[in-house]
Design a protein around this ligand. Structure first.
Ligand code: ADP
Ligand code: MG
Length: 390
């Protein structure tokens, strides 16, 4: 584990703070400030300890050049409000303006640099860019877990130029929670995997299916497994290329004694626009039907597995964005909310689902790491974490 920022001497010193301020913007305003609210305590803690905070982040995917619609400028006032610290936005990343702003800043003040990805050298992990970024500060804190799976200049390259570096509290909380799933989980370990597709989650699914005591497969992802078992899924979303692999995962799970729970009943409709779906046994999906949610028997079965031990859930059980197909996902979210288990939910849409169900505060850890969480659980070394430990 990396050091914590409490172990760093920051008073009167400049701290380069890598944050995840990658928030959605709409009409030049912050549309959802969840990530800013999450980052605010880290900023405040450093400022209160007398640091000059040099905050940086990426936002969106500008193509290595300034694109006004991806500017971090609208984030500055929101960060100031949420942290209670003065935040000066500087329209520059590592140039003269940035240097001057940092030099003038007083302890307790925050300088927010412009979107790191306005410079192509950020994503290229360019050593000169990393050195220039590092020259703005004395110590380095990375609290952007969501970007830790990328070896970019601000997450990886920059660290080698600092003798003193640490992980921020959000990063440490993610690592602590995810390692409780990955390493020596409290048994039983129940993994619920769903969402649209197997591809993209393959390594994580394989790694966790090796460790899990119970593997529940739901959502679009389950369809390919059903197909591998010879079940007709009509016009449901499937990945024909992955049927063989799905078969292997099922065989390995069986050989290991892992209990696999596949949908026993499903909600089908002719298309996504249908006003309502029909619950049918999984063996009775009509040829022109699409599986768009799990049925109540499947929910009951899964709910009966999640009461204790450790539960990791990634990927909704149905097209929960559409009310007729949301019941399964919301019911699973509520079951996790009521569970005595150590519960971790990860993934963009899965996190939205627990929020929609109103149970986010009853989940032990809601991981906002997305891709980074999945890579970590798959056993990968995250460049952004390794750089802090080197
Ligand atoms: P997460 O963001 O939680 O990792 P994914 O991105 O893998 O999850 O998948 C989320 C999407 O999966 C949701 O938008 C949902 O509509 C879709 N989905 C879930 N079940 C099905 C299904 N049976 N058929 C088609 N899409 C599905
Ligand atoms: Mg998603």
């Amino acid at each position: 584990m990396p050091r914590t920022m409490d172990e760093l001497e920051v008073s009167g010193r400049r701290v380069l703070l890598r944050l995840d301020l990658n928030v959605p913007l709409k009409d030049g305003q912050v549309a959802d400030d969840t990530r800013i609210r999450a980052a605010a305590p880290t900023v405040r803690a450093l400022a209160e300890r007398g640091a000059v905070v040099v905050a940086c982040s990426h936002l969106g995917r500008p193509k290595g050049k300034p694109e006004p619609r991806y500017s971090l400028a609208p984030v500055a006032p929101v960060l100031a409000e949420r942290s209670g610290c003065p935040v000066l936005f500087v329209e520059d990343v590592v140039g003269e303006k940035a240097k001057a702003a940092v030099e003038e800043a007083k302890p307790g003040q925050v300088v927010l640099l412009e979107n790191l990805r306005f410079d192509p050298r950020e994503e290229a992990n360019d050593p000169e860019f990393a050195r220039a970024l590092a020259s703005l500060a004395d110590v380095y804190v990375n609290d952007a877990f969501g970007a830790a799976h990328r070896a970019h200049a601000s997450t990886a390259g920059v660290a080698q130029f600092f003798a003193e570096k640490a992980a921020g509290p959000l990063m440490l909380a993610e690592l602590a929670a995810l390692s409780k799933v990955k390493d020596n989980p409290q048994r039983p370990l129940v993994v619920i995997a769903g969402g649209a597709k197997i591809s993209g989650k393959l390594e994580t699914l394989q790694a966790l299916s090796q460790k899990a005591d119970v593997l529940c497969l739901v959502g679009g992802l389950a369809n390919t497994f059903l197909l591998a078992q010879g079940v007709s899924v009509g016009r449901s979303l499937v990945e024909p290329d992955l049927v063989e692999l799905a078969r292997q995962i099922l065989e390995q799970a069986h050989a290991r004694g892992t209990e696999v729970v596949l949908p026993v009943d499903v909600v089908v409709a002719e298309n996504l626009e249908a006003a309502e779906g029909q619950v049918v046994p999984v063996t009775a999906v009509p040829a022109n039907g699409m599986i768009l949610d799990v049925g109540p028997q499947t929910v009951k079965l899964i709910a009966s597995k999640v009461g204790k031990g450790t539960v990791f859930w990634n990927g909704p059980a149905g097209v929960f964005e559409k009310p007729p197909f949301a019941a399964g996902t919301l019911a699973i979210a509520r079951a996790l909310g009521e569970s005595q288990a150590f519960t971790v939910v990860g993934g963009g849409e899965s996190v939205e689902a627990v929020q929609l169900a109103g149970v986010a505060s009853r989940i032990s850890h809601v991981s906002t790491g997305g891709g980074a969480s999945l890579e970590y659980l798959a056993g990968a070394t995250l460049p952004g974490v390794a750089a802090l430990e080197a």
